[in-house]
Unconditional design. Structure first.
Lengths: 360, 298
């Protein structure tokens, strides 16, 4: 069932076209991230959903209900802010009670629900505290509880973890995701942190300059990015330019490049001669010393020769930069101890299924 | 390492006042405060306790007579009451007029905002006497206000807008409006707009959001602004002296009359001290009252 539909919304501020025909449809209980660099329109999209911005055109539906023109207070949303936005003059219990009082929930029921939601966010016994007496992580959990206690139809989160330190942020990702799944609430999560989006989301909307670059599962977006922009924004990637020389199947191709022919997979329907970029993730490339026996190599594996330009120790492995014959530089992750030295000749190996085509 | 050790050591420049620095820096203000505030007050207090004299500013002996006379005089009580009442009215009216302006300025992102700033500050840009003369032109019996009202047929006879508390109140409200707007503006600007959004997202209307979130959080600004306006209003001299006549006479006008016209320096000093004491008591009570309302604020 569709919980939220965004139907071709546009938003302009003067000459700036902030949102260009944004359309997304989100199923009941899904966790969807809006991901993109700052200024891409993700926060404006969230504010349109919340009702703090009104799109110039297009519609927003909650289920079957058209809320495009509804005020925020009539939309039945829960919202969590980067700044937490807890009312500083109210205790934790009063903050949680605020939305329930508006909804005219009777005191006994209010108390029951506040106790219940506080135990969900593991803050039992904090009812009488003021927000200033809590740590950042605790404040954000109260903010989450305040948004959930009113049992809204959609939960909106605007970079809720951006103000927390790295360790706490990692913890909170799982905490929020776990809570969201237990409650089963449809959630929209705005972030510029790609790893956050990948770890937490059912689906990700990648946005760039007011348009949706790609909408798909984290796996789709990481392994089969729709464009160079998406590939560059999500994780690290290497690209080699080339031309389609032969279609081997519906989604596998042979690509002619300056370093020879490479077997890849890619979106269907590419005709011979199309200019493309081959994207390979650093962690999918294995290395072999020049002249070493290719004992584990399978017949269709791609092999590119090059020389090591730099080797950077990173604790859990080493990052190599390898210059190919074509002059392209490839970033490669090597695990374990690194025997490769700068200047050494290496062979880079990767399977065709780990190489993905981007339109050039 | 050896290379850095070989390089000449650069001394980090330090400010040569050492640990006494902060104390030293307070001195100029302290001197000013003692010289221009504490000493004059002491002089006035001493003067108020001296016997009256016809040959000098005050006589030799000490007496409490000026206080007992003043406090036993219904006329003075009346003027004191009027002064405080006018102060209270000016304070309330400036708050009611100023709050919406401050709220708008704090939330507006329009480029006309800077123009509004100029409007807000405009009463302070014109000299006090000139501004009061302007009000005389507007408020006198055949002034702009009365002529306009009569031309519109709303009144048949000119309203008495001057030489009474009404004129003083109107003019003081105009002058002191910026003093309530500016502290409030600073306060309102410091409140994160996320709080109002959070309130709306929880289902609260604009009005409920204002009453439950914005208003309580702006109490410090209200407190600061109202105290400023109240203290300035009850101690104003030029405006009540020029616009008040006898009907709108305030304590400060009375004090100056004692000192300058009647040459009763000790009695006038006693009146000034009574006025100051009453102001301190009122502001103290007000602080206590508002502190209760603000006890939940950070």
């Amino acid at each position: 069932m569709t919980a939220l539909t965004i139907d071709r919304i546009n938003k302009r501020y003067g000459n700036l076209h902030i949102l260009k025909d944004i359309s997304v449809s989100i199923a009941q209980g899904e966790f969807v991230s809006l991901l993109g660099p700052s200024g891409c329109g993700k926060t404006t999209t969230l504010r349109c959903i919340a009702g703090f911005e009104r799109p110039d055109s297009g519609r927003i539906l909650f289920g079957e209900r058209d809320v495009t023109r509804a005020l925020p207070e009539h939309r039945d949303i829960g919202m969590v802010f980067q700044s937490y936005a807890l009312f500083p003059h109210m205790t934790v219990a009063e903050n949680l009670s605020f939305g329930l009082e508006v909804r005219k929930v009777v005191p006994a029921e209010r108390k029951r629900r506040i106790t219940e939601v506080l135990s969900m966010v593991r803050l039992q016994g904090y009812e009488a505290r003021f927000p200033r007496e809590l740590s950042g992580g605790q404040q954000q959990r109260v903010a989450l509880a305040r948004a959930l206690v009113i049992e809204p139809s959609v939960l909106l989160l605007d970079e809720p973890l951006a103000n927390l330190d790295a360790t706490l942020r990692d913890e909170m990702r799982f905490f929020i995701r776990d809570l969201q799944q237990r409650v089963g609430i449809t959630s929209i999560y705005v972030t510029h942190d790609q790893s956050e989006a990948i770890v937490m989301s059912d689906k990700i909307v990648v946005m760039n300059s007011g348009v949706i670059s790609q909408f798909g599962t984290p796996r789709d977006i990481y392994e089969r990015p729709a464009s160079q922009t998406v590939a560059g924004f999500i994780g690290r990637s290497n690209t080699i330019v080339g031309k389609v020389s032969e279609a081997l199947g519906p989604d596998s191709y042979k690509i002619e490049t300056l370093c020879g022919t490479i077997g890849t997979h890619g979106p269907g329907g590419l005709v011979n001669g199309t200019d493309v970029r081959v994207m390979i993730r650093p962690e999918n490339i294995r290395t072999r010393r020049h002249g070493e026996a290719a004992n584990t190599s399978t017949s269709d594996e791609n092999v590119l020769g090059g020389s090591v330009v730099s080797a950077t120790y990173q604790g859990n492995g080493t990052q190599l930069k390898v210059r190919l014959a074509s002059g392209d530089e490839m970033v490669v992750d090597v695990s374990g101890r690194n025997p490769m030295a700068v200047g050494e000749e290496v062979a880079l190996r990767f399977a065709p299924r780990d190489a993905w085509l981007l339109a050039s | 390492m050896s290379a850095t050790e070989a390089a000449p050591r650069i001394e980090t420049p330090t400010i040569g006042i050492g640990k006494v620095g902060p104390v030293w820096m307070v001195l100029p203000a302290l001197v000013l405060l003692i010289g221009f505030f504490a000493l004059p007050y002491l002089t006035i207090i001493t003067m108020s306790l001296r016997e009256a004299s016809t040959r000098a500013v005050y006589g030799e002996g000490f007496t409490l007579a000026h206080y007992t006379t003043a406090l036993g005089d219904f006329y003075i009580w009346g003027i004191l009451g009027r002064t405080l009442l006018m102060g209270a009215i000016v304070t309330i009216v400036t708050l009611l007029l100023g709050y919406p302006v401050a709220y708008h300025l704090a939330n507006s992102r329009s480029r006309w905002t800077s123009l509004l700033y100029i409007f807000v500050l405009s009463p302070l840009l014109v000299g006090l006497v000139v501004r009061t003369f302007a009000w005389m032109i507007i408020l006198s019996n055949n002034g702009v206000a009365n002529k306009a009202l009569m031309a519109l047929g709303l009144i048949n006879f000119p309203l008495q807008l001057m030489n009474n508390p009404v004129g003083v109140t109107i003019a003081l409200t105009h002058v002191f409006l910026p003093f309530v707007i500016l502290p409030l503006l600073g306060n309102l600007q410091a409140i994160s707009p996320d709080l109002a959004m959070a309130s709306r997202s929880l289902g609260a209307s604009r009005m409920r959001t204002f009453l439950k979130v914005t208003l309580p959080l702006s109490l410090p600004g209200i407190q600061a602004g109202t105290i400023l306006v109240f203290v300035l209003s009850i101690s104003a001299y030029v405006t009540p002296a020029m616009l008040g006549g006898t009907g709108g006479r305030t304590m400060s006008v009375l004090v100056v009359q004692y000192l300058v016209d009647n040459f009763r320096w000790p009695a006038g000093a006693a009146l000034a001290i009574i006025m100051a004491a009453v102001a301190v008591i009122f502001v103290g009570l007000y602080l206590k009252l508002t502190a209760r309302a603000m006890r939940r604020l950070p």
